[in-house]
Ligand binder design. Sequence first.
Ligand code: HXC
Ligand code: NAP
Length: 283
Amino acid sequence: MFQPDLLAGKRVLITGGGTGLGRSMAEHLLELGAEIAICGRRENVLAETAEALAEKTGGKIQPYGCDIREADAVEAMMDKIFSDRPLDGLINNAAGNILSKSETLSPRAVDAVVNIVLKGSANCTLACGRRWLEAKQSGTVLSVTTTYAWTGSAFVLPSAMAKAGVLAMTQSLAVEWGGRGIRLNAIAPGPFPTKGAWDRLVPTPEIAEAFETRNPLRRPGDHRELTNLVAFLMADGSSYVNGDVITIDGGEWLKGAGQFSFLQEHMTDDLWAAMRQAARKAG
Ligand code: HXC
Ligand code: NAP
């Protein structure tokens, strides 16, 4: 889909790049010539990913143990990264989530998710942005949100609140920093199975099946489909896209929004024919 050297010379930090979608993004961006930094809390996971992807792609990838909830730790990581060579891009991918009835959430549970998703993304974005502005250098930030950032969703309240905040950050800074060479966008994925998300958010195999197939395409997303979009948005060719959120969910949220769309699961050919007859009779 892309020139093999699409991202040659670019240096990108992917938070939460040791697992799941972040790891898939790291692999694809390495294949396209980018140099990658990944961070997360579990250093053993990061080291294993970095080693495996370096061997698979032949690219340059550096792991950084960092808890993005801690602004000081983020600053220290950015100092280390930028002292070697400045980043060109940041992908705010790290997240935490809890499936729970909202009335049972403790204050610590709300903090646990909001601090990773909202505060962590702000810590990383501001740390990068300050350095880019200071050096009068351009940069690109891509944040991974969800479609429930604007629809809301039952049972994932702290995540919905935090992802909505990340979207607001994206839109705010796209305007504030756009004229100074920094652009910010977001993507909103539908179901892309990962161990991290499915172990925590999908209670049974039956629910997994429903979760993955209730979109108009009746299948989950393939990681490559998502990383293609990420590569496009991180590349210079998309330089006029700023402050937007691109949905990549097979049409899942729109299907939920359309008043009659649920009929897909209920209508048969006989019922469609009967409705046509009824309309004729009604004149
Ligand atoms: C209710 C819960 C809970 C649950 C934890 N808590 N899990 N409450 N239901 N399922 C409560 C705990 O009891 C505790 O409160 C508080 O939350 C903090 O828990 P800790 O385990 O100490 O937190 P911490 O170690 O900081 O872990 C954070 C975490 C964890 C968010 C809870 O799940 C995590 O580390 N996640 C990272 C990876 C992740 O979540 N990946 C999925 C992203 S997927 P008390 O009061 O008891 O002390 C995603 C996809 C969205 O976002 C869309 C999918 C399609
Ligand atoms: P995942 O594998 O659990 O990824 C989450 C990553 O975040 C982990 O690598 C984790 O590493 C890291 N992380 C969590 N807390 C951190 C912290 N405090 N500091 C640094 N890193 C931290 O889940 P995923 O499915 O790939 O999710 C990736 C992104 O996609 C998330 O933003 C998620 O909301 C979004 N998303 C996913 C789906 C889906 O279908 N999978 C759908 C919509 C949106 P450590 O635990 O080692 O820190």
